[in-house]
Each structure stands twice: as C-alpha cells, then as structure tokens.
Design a protein around this ligand. Sequence first.
Ligand code: 4NP
Length: 162
Amino acid sequence: MTKPLHVLFVCLGNICRSPTAEAVFKKIVQDHNLDAKFVIDSAGTAGHHEGEEADPRTIDHGLQRGYNVTSISRPFKNPKDFENFDYIVVMDEDNYSELLRFDSRKNYKTKIHKMVQFCKIHKLKIVPDPYYGGPEAFEHVIDVLEDACQGFFEKIKTEHNL
Ligand code: 4NP
C-alpha cells in the first residue's frame, strides 16, 4: 500500500479556522471511504493556545453543522511539519508569509497552498478570522471551508487517482 497523503491545515491560533478545516475535510474523506489514504491534522503559526481544545464557539457551530471538532491546539513544527506533510494549507496571507519565513531556504514552498484557492463558490482573498466576530462569523467560516475543502478534495482525488 502506498503511503497515505499527509494534509496539514494551518491558521494563527489553531483554535478556530484550521480545526474546522480539519473536521470538514475529515468528514469528506470519511464519506468517500478514503480514511486509510489520508493523515489529516492542523496547527497554528503561534503557540499561545497550545494544549487547548478548539474555541467553544468553533466546537458549537461545528456540531450544529454536523462536524466533530476534536483537535488540540499545537504550534507548527519547523522543519518536521514541512517534511512530514505533503499539503500544507493556510487560511490567510499572514499564515502564508509566516510559513515562508520559517522555510528560510525555500525548500518547501511548493507544499504551501492557500485555502481560498480551492473555493468554487466564494470569491475571497482569505478565510476570515472569526475570533473577534459574532456567531455569523463562525457560520461564514464553515460555509467557506465547506466550499474550499470540497474543491481541495476534488483536486487531490484527481491528482492521486483516488
Ligand atoms: P484561528 O483564530 O487562527 O482561526 O485559530 C484565532 C485564534 C486566537 C487568536 C486569534 C485568532 N488570538 O488572538 O488569540
């Protein structure tokens, strides 16, 4: 059997956007009976929330939409995560430039992707940070991530003949 594809979603705190992306993408993969083909994880560029569950609003809104957000916040590990993961998918421009800064020799640039690139419905430059927003901000994040995760899944499925 070939090695599973390793996918890492990255945001700032790893308590709102990337844990949601992880849960949404895991559900799509499970619904296609492709669990064995993937390792799916998430991380933050900052470690302020290390060891914490996702934000309670992330967990609640996720559950209402059928997603089990179970991740525990951890910081991105340089260079281990660059080496271990095939696809590193970031939520905004700050996450992108931070990872490029970590990747000082530019060895891993081709592994880093912006989440919004995979959207088919939403035309956005970033997945907006809901942390200082209200309930509608958390709902919007799920809408955007469902769109993006579906597009990302289709791309990977085609690229890897799954
Ligand atoms: P996330 O959201 O990057 O989507 O997890 C945030 C979480 C925490 C903070 C900011 C954004 N914070 O400032 O603590």
